[in-house]
Design a protein around this ligand. Structure first.
Ligand code: AMP
Ligand code: MG
Length: 419
C-alpha cells in the first residue's frame, strides 16, 4: 500500500497549510479503494446498497406488444379520411388476451395493458368513439400505431440495464423485480467507527458541571452515517488523554473501513494527537481554505481511513458533507458522481464573503414568484447548530469570490433531494 503522503503530494497544487476544498476532495479520492467483499441479498434489502454485478434481462419488458389506453384495437389501413364504422368482434383485457385475429373492417375492445390482438396495429381511445350495438364509429385523424407499447420497449432481453457500481434506489428495486429477479449481488456495507473527543463533553444523562457541554456531535454523526446506510459503531466520548485516545483509535481501527472523530485537531490540541497518530498509522493535518471547518486530519490507521473532523458542531456537519460523505460512498463501491448537487439560486440578501476560502453558509431556499431564491438562516457561528436545523441548503460560495450583492447568482447544495 502506498503511503498517503506520497499519493497526495503528487496532486498539483497540494498545500496542506492552505488547502483548496477541491484539492482536499481530490486528495481523499486519490487514496481510497472500495471495499471488495460481496454478498447476495433479497431485492428489498438491496435498497441503498451498491450493485456488484451487471443486471442483464432474461426477458423483454414488456413481454409482448400491448395497449397503452382503454379503447379499440383497429387495423390502421381500414380507417378512411372521414369517420369509419367498424364491427366489434370481442375484447382483450389486461391479463386476458383475445384469442382470434382481426380481419378487414373489424375491431376489438381493449383495456390498458392488454396483449395487442393479432391483426391490429393501432389503438383508438374510448373517449372519441361512438358505439351502437357492435357498430363502432371511429372519427378521422387517428395516427398509425398510436397508443401501442412494444415488447422490449422498457427493457430488452440480453442488454445490461444496470451495471455494477449503481446505487440502488426504489426505481431500481422495481426494475429488478420487473425482470423476475429475486436476489442481487451487492457490495458489503462500509463499516465506520466514530467517537467524540474533548474533556468538556458530558454524555446525556449526566448533570452538566461548570464548563461542560453535552456531546451533540455523536448524534449528528449518527444521523448522517445512518442516512448513508453504513454500518456505524459508536465508541462514545473519549477524553483528551493520550492513553485513552490511543486505546480508542486502536479499537476503532479493528474491523472498520473508516474512522470518524470530532475535536482535537485544532491548533493547540493537534500536537499530541499528531504524535500519537504517527505512532499508530499515518495522518495528515490539513488547514483547509474553507469556513467553517478549517482544521481536519486525514490519514489511515491499519486498514481504516481516518477523518479527524473539527469539534465545532456546524464544522462537523459541513466537513462531513463536503468530504466524508463522498469518501464513504466511494469506499462503498459507488461509481459516477457522488458530489453534492449544486443548483443556482438568486441571493435574496447581500452576503459577506472574503476571497481565498470556500464558505458554506446555512441557507433557506425558497420560491419567490418563478424565481429560486436563497437567504441565510441568520447567525452563522460554527457553534450555532440551530443554523443547520433551520437551513434547507448550504450556500456554497466559491474560493475566489468576494462579497455578494443581493440579486447575484450563487450556488446552493440542497439538503434533501427526493430521498
Ligand atoms: P475543538 O475542535 O475540540 O477545539 O472544539 C471546538 C469547539 O467545539 C469547542 O467549543 C467544543 O466545546 C465544541 N465541541 C467539541 N466537541 C463537541 C461535541 N462532541 N459536542 C458539542 N460540542 C463540541
Ligand atoms: Mg477539543
Amino acid at each position: 500500500m502506498s503511503r498517503i503522503v506520497e499519493i497526495v503530494n503528487a496532486i498539483e497544487g497540494y498545500d496542506p497549510d492552505a488547502l483548496h476544498v477541491e484539492k482536499a476532495r481530490a486528495a481523499i479520492r486519490a487514496c481510497l479503494a472500495p471495499v471488495r467483499e460481496i454478498e447476495r441479498v433479497p431485492v428489498r434489502e438491496a435498497l441503498g446498497r451498491v450493485l456488484a454485478e451487471n443486471i442483464v434481462p432474461g426477458i423483454d419488458v414488456p413481454g409482448h406488444d400491448n395497449t397503452a389506453m382503454d379503447g379499440y384495437a383497429v387495423r390502421f389501413a381500414d380507417l378512411g379520411a372521414g369517420a369509419t364504422v367498424l364491427e366489434e368482434i370481442g375484447a382483450a383485457l389486461a391479463g386476458k388476451a383475445f384469442g382470434g385475429s382481426l380481419g378487414p373492417g373489424q375491431c376489438v375492445r381493449v383495456t390498458t395493458g392488454a396483449v395487442m390482438p393479432a391483426g391490429a396495429d393501432t389503438v383508438v381511445v374510448q373517449e372519441v368513439v361512438k358505439m351502437q350495438g357492435t357498430r363502432v364509429t371511429i372519427p378521422p385523424g387517428q395516427k398509425a400505431r398510436q397508443n401501442v407499447r412494444y415488447a422490449g420497449e422498457d427493457l430488452k432481453k440480453g442488454e445490461a440495464v444496470l451495471r455494477a457500481g449503481r446505487w440502488l434506489r426504489p426505481a431500481e428495486l422495481g426494475l429488478i423485480a420487473s425482470l423476475g429477479i429475486g436476489e442481487v449481488q451487492v457490495r458489503r456495507r462500509v463499516r465506520v467507527a466514530f467517537f467524540s473527543t474533548g474533556d468538556e463533553l458530558a454524555s446525556i444523562g449526566s448533570t452538566l458541571k461548570q464548563g461542560e457541554v453535552y456531546d451533540s456531535n455523536r448524534y449528528t454523526l449518527h444521523g448522517m452515517l445512518a442516512r448513508l446506510g453504513v454500518e456505524a459503531r459508536d465508541l462514545g466520548v473519549v477524553r483528551d488523554e493520550p492513553a485513552a485516545l490511543e486505546a480508542a483509535f486502536r479499537d476503532a481501527a479493528t474491523g472498520a473501513d473508516a474512522i470518524v472523530t470530532t475535536g482535537g485537531v485544532s491548533v493547540g490540541e493537534a500536537d499530541f494527537v499528531k504524535s500519537m497518530m504517527a505512532k499508530l498509522g499515518e495522518a495528515l493535518f490539513w488547514r483547509i481554505a474553507m469556513r467553517p471547518g478549517r482544521p481536519m486530519a486525514f490519514g489511515r490507521i491499519g486498514d481504516a481511513f481516518l477523518f479527524g473532523l473539527p469539534g465545532n458542531p456546524v464544522a462537523v456537519m459541513v466537513t462531513f458533507y463536503q468530504f466524508v460523505r463522498e469518501a464513504l460512498l466511494v469506499l462503498g463501491g459507488r461509481t459516477g458522481d457522488c458530489a453534492p448537487l449544486l443548483l443556482d439560486a438568486t441571493a435574496a440578501e447581500a452576503l459577506r464573503k472574503v476571497p481565498g476560502r470556500t464558505e458554506y453558509l446555512r441557507g433557506v431556499l425558497f420560491r419567490d414568484g418563478g424565481v429560486l431564491k436563497v437567504k441565510t438562516t441568520g447567525q452563522q457561528g460554527s457553534g450555532v447548530l440551530r443554523s443547520m436545523s433551520e437551513a434547507n441548503c448550504f450556500i456554497a460560495l466559491e474560493h475566489a469570490r468576494g462579497k455578494v450583492a443581493a440579486g447575484e447568482t450563487v450556488q446552493v447544495q440542497p439538503f434533501d433531494v427526493l430521498a
